[in-house]
Design a protein. Structure first.
Length: 564
């Protein structure tokens, strides 16, 4: 067992420590991650993955990956494959083979028969709406079903005939006989099995009855010898039912423990609503970089190390709370900043002509990739030519106060190269600026004034003759509101979508060192942000860079203000 330090202790490890001291599970720790394959995993699931696998690693235990595939109507092999990929990308490995609740359908069926034999389950012919009405409300107790007192023999016969496919879909269900007056709605004779004539992605048409999650959950944990069933807080009210089934069957009884789910500002965590975004084409698929899915986060260029660090930082809590998405962005920046090469990229190019620079001349500079890290000495060559590209925002014909970039008559530094002074502006017939003319100081090659004069502005640039063309996709928050579901009556959460969440720049110019960049490479574009060469859409003749996160760090400013 690995050593437990104060840094990795929380209320869950306290419970496990108590169990180890009492010998409840013989000192063993086995957890499981049980996703339903009805959508792609999101960052909230990433927290659960890190917790379940991390707790097991911490105690020298093991973790099962088990798919809760009890609803064939919503499930798909595509989701199964994506979930396996996500877990592995995060750096975790499950014990043995991938498992499925469907592996246990025969055993779960036998468990259901046993509960019927004990007189604690019955077949109900009531409709779904009738069952809903009989359950009562939070202030009123439920009402017993007229079928609740069927004999054991009749219930066994009806349930076996349900399995044989003799009854129409929705005409009967199997319910546990618990307590219709319980203050916990989950204990008011919950449904254990329902009839579904749907082909299962693993079992085909073998079954026409399927267990509910509440029934399959605990028994699957028991079959696998799970010791600690760690789940999110919404299952706290389900724990008495989890315990009731296991106690009734008198089988191995894991401990269910609930923790607060991750709620992230400006972010949706509902798979149903994320599916709507995909189906209604508000986004470009489950792996759209604006999506909070692990696939989307990965395609945006976030590294798994940053996701795991974020999970550690937010910790494990007992109560739900909202986490500022700025903390996630801050964590990503801290992960990428020390390791990425700094390069120049002009995203919205404006041509700058250095009129006194000879047309056939090239000035070559050896520039550090990691000027911020003196221990790294890797460099690249950057050519300066008569014509270069600068950012449109780095020139203003009528500059506002405290504008220190290029303007008529003003001198600025071309980063690592020389000093230039604007002498003229060229416009098209509509009055749009299409070129800026400058002169350079030949004595300033290298970027420093020979007489020591002070130049406030420094801008990046790319040689027009050597520029690498690229498409750059700038991503922002997908939603305008901190809580996307917070909408006026009659509105939908999609009314909160940010129309500028994706801006495609098709004419970006990159320095020549990026000509050999490969899909999956990451760079810091100086003065812009951290970018990722998209493996999905980049081709040998067309580079597509996704913005991972901009340079500005609102979280760092929040912390600085708090500390001051």
């Amino acid at each position: 067992m690995s050593e437990n330090t104060s840094e990795n202790k929380n209320f869950i490890t306290d419970i496990i420590d108590e169990h180890n001291e009492s010998g409840r599970f013989g000192g063993e720790v086995r957890t499981r991650f049980p996703p339903e394959p009805n959508g792609y995993l999101h960052i909230g699931h990433a927290k659960s993955i890190c917790l379940n696998f991390g707790i097991a690693e911490q105690y020298g235990g093991k973790t099962n990956l088990r798919f809760d595939d009890t609803n064939p109507i919503k499930e798909d092999v595509e989701y199964v494959n994506s979930i396996e990929e996500d877990v592995q990308w995060l750096g975790f490995h499950w014990d043995g083979d991938v498992l499925y609740a469907s592996d246990y359908f025969d055993q779960l069926y036998e468990f259901a028969l046993e509960i019927i034999r004990l007189g604690k389950a019955y077949v109900d012919d009531s409709s779904a709406e009738e069952i809903r009405q009989m359950r009562g409300s939070l202030t009123e107790p439920g009402v017993n079903s007229p079928y609740r007192d069927r004999s054991v023999e009749e219930n066994l016969d009806l349930f076996k005939r349900m399995r044989a496919g003799e009854f129409e879909e929705g005409s009967r269900v199997l319910r546990a006989k618990v307590d219709m007056s319980s203050p916990n709605m989950n204990m008011r004779d919950p449904v254990m099995y329902r009839i579904l004539f749907a082909t299962h992605h693993r079992t085909g048409d073998k079954w026409c009855i399927y267990p509910t999650y509440d029934f399959a959950h605990g028994q699957s944990d028991s079959i696998e010898g799970i010791t600690h069933s760690i789940c999110t807080l919404e299952f706290e009210d389900h724990r008495p039912l989890y315990d009731w089934y296991l106690h009734t069957l008198e089988i191995h009884h894991p401990q269910q423990i609930e923790f607060a789910r991750l709620n992230l500002s400006y972010t949706l965590m509902s798979k149903r609503k994320l599916l709507k975004l995909v189906q209604d084409k508000h986004v470009d698929g489950w792996d759209d970089p604006r999506m909070p899915t692990i696939a989307g986060i990965r395609r945006r260029g976030v590294r798994p190390e940053a996701v795991r660090e974020f999970a550690d930082r937010i910790g494990v809590a007992k109560a739900n709370s909202m986490i500022d998405i700025a903390l996630f962005d801050h964590t990503v920046r801290q992960d990428l900043d020390p390791i990425l090469k700094r390069v120049m990229a002009v995203l919205n190019p404006l041509k700058l002509v250095i009129t006194n620079f000879p047309e056939d001349k090239e000035e070559i500079f050896e520039v550090d990739y990691f000027r911020h890290d003196k221990e790294k000495s890797e460099t690249r060559t950057v050519p300066l030519t008569r014509e270069v590209y600068i950012e449109q925002d780095d020139f203003s014909e009528d500059p506002p106060p405290k504008y220190f970039r290029l303007a008529p008559g003003r001198e600025v530094r071309l980063m690592n190269a020389c000093l230039v002074t604007c002498t003229d502006v060229v416009k098209d017939g509509d009055g749009n600026i299409i070129e800026v003319h400058c002169t350079y100081d030949p004595e300033s090659i290298g970027g420093q004034a020979p007489d020591g004069r002070r130049v406030k502005g420094t801008i990046h640039w790319v040689s027009a003759a050597h520029a690498v063309d690229a498409e750059v996709r700038m991503y922002d928050r997908l939603f305008l509101n901190e809580v996307p579901e917070d909408v006026p009556e009659g509105k939908d959460f999609t009314d909160n979508l940010n129309p500028d969440s994706k801006v495609v720049l098709t004419n970006a110019k990159l320095e020549p060192a990026l000509a050999g960049a490969q899909p999956g490479d990451r760079f810091q574009f100086l003065r812009e942000g951290f970018f990722y060469l998209d493996p999905k859409e980049t081709t040998p003749s067309h580079k597509v860079f996704n913005l991972t996160v901009p340079l500005r760090d609102s979280w760092a400013k929040i912390v600085e203000k708090h500390n001051s």
